[in-house]
Design a protein around this ligand. Structure first.
Ligand SMILES: [Fe+2]
Length: 267
């Protein structure tokens, strides 16, 4: 079992996680999920909007922002080479704007059989490497879970990819049939819940399930999944405040600092 998702559970094996990692600043946070890279998906539409989103992220205490554009076949057909080029240009623009925040590129891939092609072509922008496996965000549809999803995830892990399951609290099947999510955590997939779910922005069911996952110690990361400056703005601080009503401060900070650090370490 992967340690990152069982970080606080009784089954945790302490030999793997590096407890010597310290939070240098009380507010230092790594946000592993955002749609800030402009013009590539349903996130930031312009450079100005993207820069303002980053400034807002800094104000919330984020020190490293991972940019995770959608890769969704037939909807957002983003290519790795193009994203990397756009990321390099954006990094220069952020530097010119003198915004003090670290940036990394990753991706949020919608589950489908086409992922196998991406793996064959080494075409998934990954967040980092954790225990020898390349990490990326894996998104499920809002309602259902595709037939054969567990075999696809098993195949990905065998290919040395570790999917981070994003916002499972917003998937109706995972909420109503938790054993379908358990299959993935048993395989070692970390879970990332969304700050806005914790503050009730996605409704009572998503909020309650996010709280339940936190209480059960099954959450590896809390992230913003920000898309814009208003309805889905950078708000990791709000999620952290809500989480601190459920867990003690060090455990919450592990979800926005230590574990995200492990998941986004570049090799
Ligand atoms: Fe997202």
């Amino acid at each position: 079992m992967c340690d990152v998702h069982s970080f606080f559970s009784v089954s945790f094996v302490p030999s793997v996680v590096d407890y010597s990692l310290n939070i240098k600043e009380e507010k230092a946070m790594i946000d592993i999920h955002s749609h800030i890279l402009p013009g590539v998906d349903d996130g930031a539409r312009t450079l100005d909007e993207a820069l303002d989103m980053l400034r807002m992220a800094v104000d919330t205490g984020v020190t490293i922002q991972v940019l995770t554009p959608h890769i969704h076949f037939g909807r957002f057909d983003n290519q790795k080479a193009d994203l990397e080029q756009r990321f390099a240009i954006f990094q220069e623009q952020v530097d010119q704007a003198n915004i003090k925040i670290g940036l990394q590129l990753g991706s949020e891939v919608r589950i489908s059989s086409e992922i196998m092609q991406l793996v064959a072509q080494d075409a998934i922008p990954t967040l980092g490497v954790y225990q020898g496996k390349k990490t990326f965000l894996l998104e499920f549809p809002r309602i259902e879970v595709p037939v054969g999803y567990e075999n696809l995830v098993k195949w990905l892990i065998a290919k040395n990819y570790l999917p981070i399951i994003v916002h499972p609290e917003r998937n109706q099947t995972f909420v109503r049939k938790p054993q379908k999510l358990q299959v993935l955590t048993d395989m070692g997939c970390p879970l990332q819940i969304t700050a806005s779910s914790l503050i009730g922005q996605f409704g009572d069911e998503a909020q309650q399930n996010a709280e339940l996952l936190l209480t059960e110690g099954r959450v590896s990361a809390i992230a913003s999944d920000c898309h814009n400056l208003k309805g889905r703005k950078p708000n990791l601080d709000e999620g952290v405040s809500a989480a601190k009503l459920i867990l003690d401060d060090p455990r919450v900070m592990q979800c926005v600092n230590q574990v995200p650090t492990q998941l986004t370490t570049l090799n």
